[in-house]
Write a protein that binds this ligand. Structure first.
Ligand code: AHM
Ligand code: MG
Length: 339
């Protein structure tokens, strides 16, 4: 790459390209990126900024909130509420949707986010990230403007108009799709801007690396057990090759590795909480990650169905997730079909 391409320039070029992004969406994405820059600053300060530790509260999922979960949530809200592009926001850290306050103009987009994914890694200085998804409020009757409600958010992932994440690791990298492939931007701290460092990200269809929390093995269902057992048997087993394993406990970091060098990530349903379809949330974790993975040539299913085709019924609904290198995801999905 000879001259540096900033995120701003990339987005302007996407806007100019026929049928890509409208200016409102471009501005919205710039604001999300700016919020990620602020979150990155807070993450970097760590103990010096007094941002580590728990906040003493729980979110709607009954999970203990960390101080940085709340800080990141507030940064995203404050950055996005006044711009005029959004009708409402939804977050892992908020029970209900947040309509844009009346004092600001409202737009037609809906922004969903997990402000700080991989929270258990915050205090131990391991990569974490922000995940976001953008939908458009559907307006069936243009003569009426209905107030925004949770129902507006309940769209399948294939209707996303933009999705991405920002990983706060050794580098801060923003990864984005607007439906035209996946691009990666590294934060240049001296310039204060995101710079395009990889375009047309592609995941190899085959891999020898899997990511799953092995401590849950005894709770898995048969198809997942079979798949992992076969990987573990290595060159002597039915796969005829050795596999490596990674588990960062931060979906952002695991997905980033898969977008970089391939692999398969599984957070399947398991018997610990049989009534829940999995641990991860569909609308602001699985959907945006699935779109990025598909845009890079990979696949994403819940074992039986393409994740982005699931019609959501609840804002915070959970889902079983199998994503990454296409041939591996298809194999795990095929094992589910045989049960
Ligand atoms: P969080 O959104 O509360 O941080 O939880 C989601 C995270 C994912 O990033 C990660 O893949 C998973 O939880 C790790 O779970 P576990 O600790 O069960 O391995
Ligand atoms: Mg999360």
């Amino acid at each position: 790459m000879t001259s540096k391409i900033s995120l701003t320039r990339y987005l302007v070029e996407q806007q100019r390209a026929e049928g890509h992004i409208p200016s409102e969406l471009r501005l919205l994405l710039e604001v999300v990126a700016r919020a990620c820059k602020s979150i990155s600053q807070a993450v970097n300060k760590g103990a010096l900024g007094g941002v580590l530790g728990t906040a003493g509260s729980e979110n709607v999922q009954g999970e203990v909130q960390k101080k940085l979960d709340i800080i990141a949530n507030e940064v995203l809200i404050e950055a996005n509420e006044w711009g005029g592009h959004l009708a409402a926001m939804a977050s892992e850290e908020m029970d209900e949707i947040l309509p844009i306050p009346n004092r600001y103009p409202a737009g037609e987009y809906l922004l969903l986010f997990d402000p700080l994914d991989g929270s258990s890694n915050i205090d131990v200085n391991v990569s974490i990230g922000t995940i976001f998804s953008v939908l458009k409020k559907q307006n069936d009757d243009p003569t009426k403007i209905d107030p925004v409600s949770t129902k507006d958010f309940l769209q399948p992932g294939r209707q996303q108009v933009a999705a991405g994440y920002c990983v706060y690791g050794p580098q801060t990298t923003l990864v984005l799709t607007v439906g035209d492939g996946v691009a990666m931007f590294t934060l240049d701290r001296e310039q204060g801007s995101f710079v395009l460092t990889q375009e047309n990200v592609t995941i190899p269809a085959d891999t020898q690396e899997f990511a799953i929390n092995m401590s849950n093995m005894r709770h898995w269902d048969e198809p997942v057990k079979r798949y992992i057992d076969e990987c573990l048997e290595g060159a002597q087993g039915p796969r005829g090759k050795n596999f490596n394993m990674r588990w960062i406990a931060s979906m952002v970091a695991d997905v980033h590795r898969i977008l970089t060098r391939g692999g398969v990530f599984l957070y399947p349903w398991d018997k610990r909480e049989p009534n829940k379809p999995g641990k991860l949330r569909l609308m602001y974790e699985a959907n945006p990650m699935s779109w990025l993975i598909e845009q890079a040539g990979g696949a994403a299913t819940n074992g039986t169905q393409r994740i982005m085709d699931i019609a959501p019924t609840q804002l915070h609904q959970r889902v079983s997730v199998i994503l990454g290198s296409k041939n591996e995801v298809e194999r795990v999905t095929a094992y589910h079909a045989k049960v």
